[in-house]
Structures are given as C-alpha cells and as structure tokens.
Ligand binder design. Structure first.
Ligand SMILES: [Zn+2]
Length: 308
C-alpha cells in the first residue's frame, strides 16, 4: 500500500476499526480463558468482542501488539505504514514528527514494539539448504568516559557481536560453467560472545538440521557438524572470506551502512530490535507495497497464540 491508497482506505479511526474488526473476525478471535477461538459476539457501542462460551471480553487491540497502548488505531496504522514504507527506515525523531506525537518516548516505544513483532515473525522460520554463517562486529554506543579505556579493533568492548546467517544456493550457468550464488532468507542475532555455546545456540534456533553449513575456521565452530547435515569449514584470509561467504558479507556491509546512516550509534540493549527491522525488510525485499499488509498480519493475529 502506498501513501495515496492509505489515505483513501484509512482516513480516520472508524476505517481502521472496521478493518481490524473484519480481519480479526476472519482469522478468529482468541479467548485467553478458553485458550481457543470460540464464536464471539461484537458489541458495537463499547467496541469489544464477547466469548460465546465464557463471556470474557476482548477489545479490538487485545492480544495484538497494540494491546495496552493509549494510541489510537489510526496512529498505529500510520506507524505500520511508515515502518513499511521505506527500505532504510526512519530515525525516531523523524517518525515522531511524521506521526505528530508530542513525546519522543512514545515514538520510540511504538517503533520498538513494531520491531519486536518483526523479529517474532522471522523467528517462526528456519533457514535451510545451503547456509553461510559468520559474525559481524557493530559499533555500539557506550558512555564517553568508559570509551577511553576500552580496547580498539575487532572484538573490542566498543563493538557488539552479531551472528549472521544467509541461505545461499550455488548456481551454475550450464552454457558457460560460470558459478554464482543466489541468496534466500537471512537471520541476525546479537551474541554475548563468540563461544562454542553461543554460536551453537544460534545455529540450533535458526538453521534447519538438514542444512549444509559454510563457515570459516574458528575453534568456536567445533561442534557445529553435529547440528547440521554437513559443515564445511573454509580456511580463509580477510579477502577470501568475502568470496566464500558472499551473502553474509553483503548483508553485513549493508547493515553497517544502514545503522550508521540512520541511527549513528546504537546501544547494545536495542541493537536486536534494529536487526529485527533490517532483516524483516531484507527477507521481504520483493514484497513492495504488500509489506504494509504483511506487517498488520504480523502485528495482529498470530501474536497471542505464538508469543504468550
Ligand atoms: Zn472464552
């Protein structure tokens, strides 16, 4: 959906309400007491559903990312539009200005709630087939006084460690024999450190056991072969790693440009949420204007069932 269509479809609170009501009725309203989705009655005056079995009331926002928010549906829908409108994303100040929000904190909280939804949505999927894996080191915001005492360079305390994985299918042109690689879905998670334990936990949560995993050589990867179909380690220098793990490194370089361009410095506490937004959009790079609808779907229906 582009901005013109958005203004036509969602000019006010009522239009957002009727869209959300219809969507929730179509997908089934989850009753937290019955732990299922029995038939619900709609009370239009007070705007809630009532469970036909236990009479528990469910508001339009309940069970969605908008639950317990004072912001109007129209503000939320506009926020979904802004968050899905550009590849790069908005800074929080710009987002606050565009939504006409009085407080910076409100904008910040809205954005991070939506980023959490994006991450939860992507957590539902595993990478499979041929998969590349490496770590990225991202500059983080630290208190100035502390910075002076911290080490410089790779793995220093001024950098956060991010695990990055990408589906990577090798292709060969049958006529020329020329080899290339096609990428699929990506994953990025903040790691506490590059220990065998941390890397294994990431692989277990994000990569299908049937996959073929490509990495460079690192003692932390020692047990990975037990977690996938096959683990191929490539001894590498700085340059050959980029050639052997091409998509992971394209993604890392784009991530750094993105973080630097919009947010300058990101604190480690919030880094995962920025990664969620970046990867969500990267994984849906061909969705175009469908991204808005997908974001509403991710924000509304499966929220309660999957994330309770
Ligand atoms: Zn019920």
């Amino acid at each position: 959906m582009n901005i013109i269509e958005f203004i036509q479809h969602f000019p006010n609170e009522e239009s957002c309400e009727s869209y959300l009501k219809a969507y929730r009725e179509k997908t089934g309203i989850y009753c937290k007491t019955c732990k299922s989705s029995p038939k619900q009655y709609w009370f239009s005056g007070k705007k809630f559903f009532e469970c036909s079995q236990c009479r528990r009331r469910t508001s339009l926002k309940a069970g969605t990312v908008m639950e317990s928010s004072n912001q109007s549906l129209h503000t939320w829908f506009t926020a979904f539009l802004l968050m899905s409108a550009t590849k790069k994303g908005f800074s929080c100040l710009e987002f606050q200005r565009q939504l006409g929000l009085k407080r910076y904190q409100t904008a910040f909280s809205l954005m991070h709630k939506i980023r959490t939804v994006m991450g939860k949505r992507d957590d539902l999927y595993f990478l499979n087939g041929m998969v590349e894996y490496d770590e990225a080191y991202v500059e983080k915001a630290t208190k100035k006084a502390l910075q002076e005492h911290l080490k410089r360079g790779k793995g220093s305390q001024k950098q956060s460690i991010v695990a990055v994985a990408s589906e990577s299918t090798p292709l060969e042109n049958p006529q020329t024999g020329e080899k290339s690689r096609h990428c699929g879905f990506f994953k990025m998670k903040v790691l506490p450190n590059v220990s065998a334990d941390s890397v294994e936990r990431f692989v277990q949560k994000t990569i299908d056991r049937e996959s073929v995993l490509f990495t460079d050589k690192n003692p932390a990867y020692i047990n990975l072969e037990k977690m996938v179909e096959s683990h191929i380690q490539i001894k590498s220098s700085k340059d050959s790693t980029k050639a052997n793990l091409p998509w992971v490194h394209v993604a890392i370089s784009n991530l750094k440009k993105n973080l630097l361009g919009i947010y300058h410095m990101v604190s480690e506490k919030h880094l995962q949420n920025y990664l969620n937004e970046f990867v969500y959009k990267l994984n849906r790079r061909y969705f175009g204007e469908q991204l808005f609808n997908r974001l509403i779907i991710a924000s509304v229906y499966p929220y309660v069932q999957h994330y309770e």
